[in-house]
Design a protein. Structure first.
Length: 395
């Protein structure tokens, strides 16, 4: 495995935190395979420590969807609000509500919330309005729910053009109609000029869980296939280029779209779906790490099988960004049983939003908690959670 052994030194530097074992007397270095296991053991020990926010103040990386975000959520919010409904940290919580119609029973509902601070507000392929609706619909859909109702809260800056607000509202209206949901309540606040950035949107969504399925990344099992529904990274690169801060031109637009129709087709066709996530902040890499950690399994993906548009790949290379970490807003990652993989891909490709769906890897038993990527050059490297925030405010 010498062709890919460079990741060993990289992982050692990132995870040892000053705890590298001594090498007394100039003792010969461990063989590569032993050193790899040493790195994996260290990473596992580091991840099992109680999370702690080391920074004294919030940084942009805390909102990037990577390591800092996960630490913030687990150390502050999960620790404060811990309960069985929150602990799975899925995109939506499953609620069981007692109902009575002659006999007492329960209705299964899904509840989610999200906030949108994208900059710029308007970009090729969409704007903050349809992004907010689609993102909320998708969080409900990947939980297996049929989205029904949304809320819309607006935080507006003094001086924000009323015409732009009307444009955002119309976009939300149209997106809700396209997704088959209704915006039923909301709120508006205005802050002084300079205290915000034009317009922020907060949403909540409610859906009904009518299918007899229980989805979650903790359900992944060795032998399962991992599928993406289409090319990754379109949205994040679109936002970066739309800011006009980079002298790069590329024919790329946001992939923002409601996935409820695509997901319904998948669930109707395939009984072996274990989990789904929409690949937003932190990209596909973050989801793969969440699968590995929650299910205590390994994940092995192949670089050549991950669909990336040439324009996105080229922009990523110029920016020095790995497409695996770039956000999507109309793509899902699905974990399905191995024997259901072909049927799942067929079901996804039968929908316009899943025409380029592909199996990118599988869940494995070895190296639990670790995501590995077989590179195009034949080596293997670890794909860890995102560090820092190379793409701020993309949703």
């Amino acid at each position: 495995m010498s062709a890919g052994s460079g990741w060993i030194e990289e992982a050692l530097r990132e995870h040892d935190h000053g705890e590298r074992p001594e090498n007394p007397g100039g003792r010969a270095a461990l063989p590569v395979t032993d050193r790899e296991q040493q790195v994996l053991d260290r990473i596992d020990r580091a991840r099992r420590r109680h999370p702690r926010v080391r920074e004294e103040r919030i940084t942009m990386s805390h909102g990037a969807g990577g390591k800092a975000t996960h630490t913030l959520i687990e150390a502050i919010f999960l620790d404060a609000f811990r309960n069985p409904l929150l602990e799975p940290l899925e995109d939506a919580a499953e609620l069981r509500v007692p109902v009575s119609s002659g006999v007492t029973s329960e209705a299964r509902l899904a509840l989610t919330t999200d906030s949108y601070v994208v900059s710029p507000l308007f970009f090729p392929g969409g704007d903050i309005g349809d992004l907010a609706v689609n993102g909320t619909v998708n969080d409900l859909s990947v939980a297996g729910a049929t989205p029904l109702y949304l809320t819309a809260g607006f935080i507006l800056e003094e001086g924000f053009p009323v015409a732009d607000l009307a444009r955002v509202a119309a976009s939300m209206r149209d997106a809700a109609a396209a997704a088959g949901v209704t915006i039923v309540t909301g709120d508006t606040k205005v802050v002084q000029r300079g205290k915000a950035d034009g317009c922020y949107v907060n949403t909540a969504g409610v859906g009904v869980l009518s299918r007899p399925v229980s989805l979650g990344v903790a359900h992944a099992r060795p032998g399962d296939a991992i599928i993406v529904s289409g090319p990754i990274g379109d949205h994040g690169i679109t936002i970066m280029l739309a800011r006009g801060e980079l002298d790069i031109e590329a024919d790329v637009t946001s992939d923002t779209a409601p996935l409820n129709g695509l997901i319904a087709d998948l669930l109707d066709a395939v009984p072996g779906v274990r989990a789904m996530r929409d690949a937003t902040r932190g990209g596909v890499a973050t989801i793969l790490n969440e699968i590995a950690r929650a299910a205590d399994v390994g994940v092995l993906v192949r670089e050549d099988d991950i669909p990336v548009r040439p324009e996105v790949r080229g922009a990523c290379e110029l920016l020095g960004i790995d497409p695996m970490y770039v956000a999507c807003e109309g793509r899902l990652v699905a974990v399905v049983s191995g024997d259901s993989a072909d049927a799942a891909v067929r079901a996804l490709r039968g929908h316009p939003l899943g025409a380029d769906a592909a199996v990118i890897g599988e869940v494995v038993a070895d190296q639990p908690g670790i995501v590995r990527l077989k590179t195009a050059f034949g080596g293997t490297r670890i794909v860890d959670l995102l560090v820092g925030d190379p793409l701020p405010r993309i949703c």
